[in-house]
Design a protein around this ligand. Structure first.
Ligand SMILES: Cc1cc2nc3c(=O)[nH]c(=O)nc-3n(C[C@H](O)[C@H](O)[C@H](O)COP(=O)(O)OP(=O)(O)OC[C@H]3O[C@@H](n4cnc5c(N)ncnc54)[C@H](O)[C@@H]3O)c2cc1C
Length: 421
C-alpha cells in the first residue's frame, strides 16, 4: 500500500498532525496506524473511565466518524514493527508493507516497569491506556486493597479512581513527597493532606521490593522489610519515550527522538512529536521530553503543517498541569522549586488551604504553583508562556486584586507572541 502521509499513533500528537494536514491538503492520501483498537480518546481521562464517571464514548476526543469525515484511512489495532526511512516504508505486524512520502512518529510513551520480584503475578497492572483501565475494572469485582507504586501524576489519578470504586489504597512513593516533579514540598504536603482525608495511606521515602503471593497478588514487601496485604498492585512510575522504532531505524535519539523547530528529525520526510519526542522547552531553553497532552497536540499540528508543505515552527512547550483531586484544585507549570542559584527569586503566599508561588529569573516567570485557589493561574501562565518581563509589576503578581489591567500600558501589544499554531 502507498500513502502520501503516514502517522503512527492515534492520540494527541497524531490527531493534531492529521487535522493540520487536512487544513492544507484535503486530498492527499493520509493513513493513521494505531496498535490500540479505539478511536482517538483522551488518555488523561482513563481514570474517569475506571471510576465510572465517564463511558468510553465520553472520553473520545473526536467523534468516531472523524476519520471518514476527513478522508483518513484509520488502521486500528495494527502495530508497526519496523520503519525503514531509506526505503520510505514501514512494516506492520500482520506483514503488510506501507510506503509513504512523509512519516510522523507519534508513538507516545511506554509505562516504566522497574524490576520488582513477583511482578508477573495476576493482579499487577500498569495504567497508561484504556486497556489497562478495562483490565483493572474487570478485576474489581469485589472490594479490594490496592498498593499503588509511584506517587506521580499517573499514580495519584489512578488512586482517586480506585478510592471512588471503594478500594482501600496505599500509595508508596520512593522520593520524600508525592507529585514531586510538579510540586514543591509545601504544595505536595497539602495534596497529601487531601488524599489522607479521602482515606489514602501514603508512604514516602520507600519503594516496593517484592510482590508476594502464589500466582496472584497477596501483598507487597517494602525496602525496609515492612509487609502489607493487598490484592492489587498498580505500577505507576511514569512513562518513557516509546522510541524503539526510531532506535532501530537509527534516528537520532537523546532521551526522546531529537527534532528541530519544525518537529522534523534529521531524516528527510520523517517527523516526531508528543511524548516520544524531545522538543523545545522555552522555560529551560533547550529540547526536553515534556510529556503532556497540549504539547503533544501542538507539536503534532506543527509537524502536520510542515509535512503538508507549510513552514511552521513549534512555539515551544513546557511542563504544565492542571489537576483536581477529590475536589482540590492544583495548577503548576515550569520548574516547581528554584535551584540553589542566586539568579532566582521566589514570591509566595499561603493562607489556610491556599498556596501560591511564582519563581522568577531575570524577571521572567520560570515556574508557578497554585493550590486551593487557581483563579489567577491563567494570567500568570500567560505571562510565563509569552516570556513577559514582569520587573515593573512583580510585587503584585500574587495580590488578590491582580488582573490584566494591573499592567495595562506596561505590557504593550508588541510584546505578544502570536500563536498561529
Ligand atoms: C493516566 C494518565 C493521566 C494523564 N494526565 C494528564 C493530564 O492531566 N494532563 C496532561 O497534559 N497530560 C496527561 N497525561 C499525559 C498525556 O496523556 C500524554 O502527554 C499524551 O497522551 C501524549 O500524546 P501522544 O500523542 O504523544 O502519545 P500517546 O497518547 O501515548 O499515544 C501514542 C499512541 O501510539 C500508539 N503506538 C505506539 N507505538 C506504536 C506502534 N509501533 N504501532 C502502532 N501504534 C503505536 C500507542 O499505542 C498509542 O495509542 C496523562 C497520561 C496518563 C497515562
Amino acid at each position: 500500500m502507498r500513502t502520501k502521509y503516514l502517522i503512527i499513533g492515534n492520540s494527541a500528537g497524531g490527531i493534531g498532525a492529521a487535522e493540520a494536514i487536512r487544513q492544507v491538503d484535503r486530498e492527499g492520501d493520509l493513513a493513521i496506524v494505531s496498535d490500540e483498537a479505539y478511536p482517538a480518546y483522551a488518555r488523561p481521562l482513563i481514570s474517569k473511565y475506571l471510576s465510572g464517571e465517564r463511558t468510553l464514548e465520553e472520553i473520545l476526543f473526536r467523534s468516531p466518524d472523524f476519520y471518514t469525515q476527513n478522508n483518513i484511512l484509520f488502521l486500528a489495532g495494527k502495530k508497526v514493527m519496523r520503519i525503514e526511512p531509506g526505503r520510505q516504508s514501514v512494516q506492520l505486524e500482520d506483514g503488510a508493507d506501507i510506503s509513504w512520502e512523509k512519516l510522523l512518529l507519534a508513538t507516545g510513551g511506554n509505562p516504566i516497569f522497574p524490576r520488582i520480584k513477583g511482578s508477573d503475578k495476576k493482579g499487577v497492572f500498569t495504567f497508561t491506556d484504556l486497556d489497562d483501565a478495562k483490565a483493572v475494572d474487570r478485576f474489581l469485582d469485589k472490594p479490594r486493597k490496592a498498593v499503588v507504586i509511584g506517587g506521580g501524576l499517573i499514580g495519584i489519578s489512578v488512586t482517586e479512581a480506585l478510592i471512588k470504586r471503594g478500594v482501600d489504597v496505599i500509595v508508596v512513593e520512593m522520593k520524600e513527597s508525592i507529585l514531586n516533579t510538579i510540586l514543591d514540598q509545601q504544595a505536595s504536603l497539602m495534596a497529601e493532606e487531601v488524599l489522607s482525608q479521602a482515606g489514602v495511606r501514603i508512604i514516602t521515602g520507600h519503594t516496593v521490593l517484592e510482590i508476594s503471593g502464589r500466582d496472584t497478588v497477596e501483598g507487597v514487601i517494602l525496602d525496609n522489610g515492612d509487609a502489607m496485604l493487598c490484592d492489587l498492585a498498580l505500577v505507576a512510575i511514569g512513562v518513557s519515550p516509546r522510541s524503539e522504532l526510531a532506535l532501530e531505524a537509527k534516528l537520532e535519539i537523546n532521551r526522546g527522538i531529537v527534532v528541530d523547530h519544525h518537529m522534523a528529525t534529521k531524516h528527510r520526510g520523517v517527523y516526531a512529536c508528543g511524548d516520544v519526542a524531545e522538543a523545545y522547552d522555552f522555560v529551560y531553553g533547550e529540547n526536553r521530553v515534556t510529556p503532556i497532552w497540549p504539547n503533544a497536540y501542538v507539536g503534532g499540528r506543527t509537524a502536520g503543517l510542515n509535512m503538508a508543505g507549510v513552514t511552521a515552527e513549534y512555539p515551544g512547550g513546557m511542563a504544565m498541569n492542571s489537576l483536581n483531586y477529590f475536589g482540590f484544585d492544583i495548577t503548576s507549570a515550569g520548574i516547581p522549586t528554584a535551584p540553589n542559584d542566586s539568579g532566582y527569586e521566589t514570591i509566595s503566599k499561603q493562607e489556610g488551604n491556599i498556596y501560591q508561588k511564582v519563581i522568577l529569573k531575570d524577571d521572567l516567570i520560570m515556574g508557578m504553583i497554585f493550590v486551593g485557589n487557581i483563579e489567577k493561574s491563567g494570567i500568570i501562565f500567560g505571562l510565563m508562556r509569552d516570556r513577559v518581563n514582569v520587573e515593573s509589576f512583580k510585587e503584585c503578581l500574587l495580590a488578590d486584586d491582580f488582573a490584566w489591567h494591573s499592567f495595562r500600558g506596561r505590557y504593550g501589544k508588541s510584546d505578544w507572541r502570536h500563536h498561529q499554531i
